[in-house]
Design a protein around this ligand. Structure first.
Ligand code: 5GP
Length: 185
């Protein structure tokens, strides 16, 4: 592997914990670049292909697996998601902070590969808050919300595998904490 000047930052956590909002705020810093994952899930309203995700078909996804294009990939809520290896290597060589917003399965795979990086778990203050946030978001149907809550509980148990757990009860202080962990002061 070539010398790396950059830093990989992995952020996981249940949906509704505020992980995506924190990632967006981190991206205000020009030193931080987002790892645009490939996924087979359909775009949500407002999502842009190539910015939020590379939206591809299951066939295209399987082809990319065969080509070894993914450094990790996993099935989440019935859809496939994967981190593309090449853009990540290029960003790290350029010395960027490369931000991966991936689930615990993906983070476990990267840890198992010995990928050096900062592994951060963003946790909701409590599960009632999480339920309220998911319902308030109103982008998903009731059954989808229930599925996400169940997965959130499973994911929450995995937090001990991360370097840091950030309990997101206040966005500003969580952002400050993460920026300091990454060394972005
Ligand atoms: P969503 O469909 O809500 O955007 O994402 C669902 C879950 O998939 C989230 O937990 C998100 O972090 C995770 N995810 C997004 N991209 C990837 C990826 O490339 N790999 C893995 N393992 N998980 C991902």
């Amino acid at each position: 592997m070539s010398a790396r000047k950059g830093q990989m930052v992995v952020m996981s956590g249940p949906s509704g914990a505020g992980k995506s909002t924190l990632c967006k705020l981190l991206l205000d810093d020009p030193r931080v670049k987002f790892s645009v994952s490939a996924t087979t899930r359909a775009p949500r309203a407002g999502e842009i292909d190539g910015r939020d995700y590379h939206f591809i078909t299951p066939e295209q996804f399987k082809q990319l697996i065969r080509e070894g294009a993914f450094i990790e990939h996993a099935e989440v809520h019935g859809n496939l998601y994967g981190t593309l290896r090449k853009p990540m290597e290029a960003a790290l060589e350029r010395g960027e902070v490369y931000l991966l917003e991936i689930d615990v399965q993906g983070a476990n795979q990267l840890k198992a590969l010995g990928e050096p990086g900062l592994y951060i778990f963003v946790a909701p203050p409590d599960f009632e808050t999480l339920r309220k946030r998911l319902v308030g978001r109103a982008t998903d149907k009731a059954e989808v919300i229930e599925r996400r809550l169940k997965k959130a509980e499973d994911e929450y148990r995995e937090r001990i595998k991360y370097d840091h757990v950030v309990i997101n009860d206040d966005l500003e202080s969580s952002l400050r904490r993460i920026r300091s962990l990454v060394g972005l002061e």
